[in-house]
Design a protein around this ligand. Structure first.
Ligand SMILES: [Zn+2]
Length: 499
């Protein structure tokens, strides 16, 4: 069966035209209409409009000049947690600990059968009061776990601490202690989680997403093999390996980029993920200058340990993806890449010293960034990184220095929607506010290129997104709500309003 997407508009930098005489060539200008011929899971040809083959065995779908992009990738998600988030109590708008506790009290009254109340999204950096166990104990007589919007800390009441973190005394658990709790919550009831994951994949398809890099905590290989075997075929998934599973991955011979057998080409091995520092909201991002409270953040590993683990991973074919948010963490991560003489990715890259910007391109380190975080964190950054925000989320400078940008959401930290990331990168504004450091905005072409992994060209995977709005003729707010007419993964429709 041949599929022809007829009369599509494709972007010069993201498309190639078939040319029998000279081989493929670039699309000369972006207004040229083309027909895209799909055979099986690949693009067979891209030809001038109205010249594609027709007849029996060809399904022709007119796009009427709609924009056709390579399918979008979200290159940093925590998929299981994202799938759970829709079911969780939203505490993202609580402006104090007391307000968050009041939301828990209401939820407890509304959902008497809920065994554990799990909330998500609080940002305590700007709270005036202190989150205590007692506050949540008084709000609900059952376990309560509230997870911070940056995933780097969680606030538990006494019953939850007893069940998920026995021996702990703090109300707010940070970093590893907190990840342990979220891992336990994610382990509950696989069948339910898998069903929610399928719903989340379907939602992603409605936003034009064809693939995700899943950096969920835990052993993701078996999770996704199980989901795909059960019929989850809506997304390509590249899964990350965490430090505690590095030996296991190396022992199995998993190498970054390898396809996993019997998954229809949907599942592949992603990077080795190492969390080198904390986060801004939790004030654990490792910085060269102190926070207002005097600390400079947390290094989860010494520079020597970081190099040692990254070298081990690289020797076993696993590309390092180093979580680094503060400028000192980014410098150390770049130092480590330099020391091992291999490239990879830095996740987040939120605060970067000017002298480190050119090192990304030079060392072959991809800046895996989440532009929507800049909108979520601008007020916290203005306070905690006062005087330094001209180099916070410096996408334009990274791009100008030749660094490759890869956009993601870090869902559930931000919604799994590449159009939010694209809009934030292009406009650095949301909710009608003034743009934040507009000099660091990138062009629409750059933002789109950072959100895809293929092109609309012959031989490329038939992973495609059809847009219902001109991405160059709309406002940045309209980019945020981009309507998607159809999404295809490997030549299959995963979202379809056209037929
Ligand atoms: Zn993450």
């Amino acid at each position: 069966m041949t599929l022809v997407l007829a009369g599509a508009r494709i972007l010069a930098g993201l498309g190639r035209l078939s040319d029998p005489a000279t081989g493929d060539r670039r699309i000369p200008y972006r207004a040229e209409l083309v027909d895209v011929v799909i055979d099986g899971d690949r693009i067979a040809a891209v030809v001038p409009a109205a010249t594609a083959p027709a007849g029996a065995g060809v399904e022709r779908i007119p796009l009427d000049g709609r924009w056709l992009l390579p399918g979008l990738w979200d290159q940093h998600v925590h998929f299981t947690q994202w799938a759970q988030t829709a079911r969780r109590l939203d505490v993202s708008h609580a402006s104090s600990a007391a307000e968050a506790a009041a939301l828990v009290r209401r939820r407890a009254a509304d959902s008497p059968d809920e065994d554990v109340i799990v909330g998500f999204g609080f940002h305590d950096a700007l709270w005036a009061d202190v989150p205590t166990r007692e506050l949540l104990d008084a709000a609900a007589g059952r376990p309560v776990v509230l997870i911070a919007g940056d995933l780097h800390c969680s606030w538990l009441n006494s019953a939850a601490a007893q069940r998920f973190a026995p021996g702990s005394t703090e109300a707010v658990l940070r970093e590893d202690a907190s990840f342990a709790v979220t891992t336990l919550l994610a382990a509950a009831d696989e069948a339910t989680l898998d069903r929610w994951a399928r719903d989340a994949a379907r939602m992603a398809a409605t936003r034009g997403v064809v693939g995700v890099v899943d950096l969920e905590y835990g052993w993701n290989l078996d999770v996704w093999k199980r989901r795909i075997a059960a019929g989850a075929d809506g997304l390509r998934v590249e899964f990350g390996v965490y430090g505690d599973h590095l030996d296991r991955a190396a022992h199995l011979g998993l190498r970054t980029g390898d396809l996993v057998a019997e998954t229809g080409g949907l599942l592949s091995v992603g990077p080795y993920k190492v969390i080198s520092d904390g986060s801004l909201n939790t004030r654990t991002a490792l910085c060269s200058r102190p926070y207002p409270d005097g600390g400079t953040g947390v290094a989860n590993l010494s520079p020597g340990e970081l190099v040692e683990r990254m070298r081990f991973a690289v020797e076993h074919g696993l590309e390092p993806a180093v979580h680094a948010i503060g400028d000192e963490a980014n410098r150390r991560a770049l130092d480590a890449f330099e020391a091992i003489g291999a490239g990879g990715r830095i996740e987040h890259a939120q605060l970067i010293d000017a002298s480190d910007i050119p090192r990304f391109a030079r060392l072959g380190v991809v800046a895996s960034v989440q532009p929507e975080h800049a909108m979520d964190d601008r007020d916290v950054a203005d306070r905690l990184w006062e005087g330094r925000t001209d180099r916070a989320f410096p996408l334009a400078e990274l791009h100008a220095a030749g660094a490759r940008l890869a956009f993601g959401s870090d869902a559930p930290v931000a919604p799994l929607d590449p159009w939010a990331a694209i809009a934030s990168a292009v406009g650095r504004s949301r909710d009608g506010r003034e743009p934040w450091h507009p000099e660091l905005c990138v062009s629409r072409e750059v933002a789109l290129a950072a959100s895809v992994r293929s092109t609309v060209g012959p031989g490329q995977p038939a992973d495609l997104a059809v847009l219902d709005r001109d991405p160059f003729g709309c406002s940045t707010d309209e980019l945020r709500t981009m309507p998607i007419a159809a999404t295809l993964v490997a030549g299959r429709f995963t979202h379809d309003t056209l037929r």
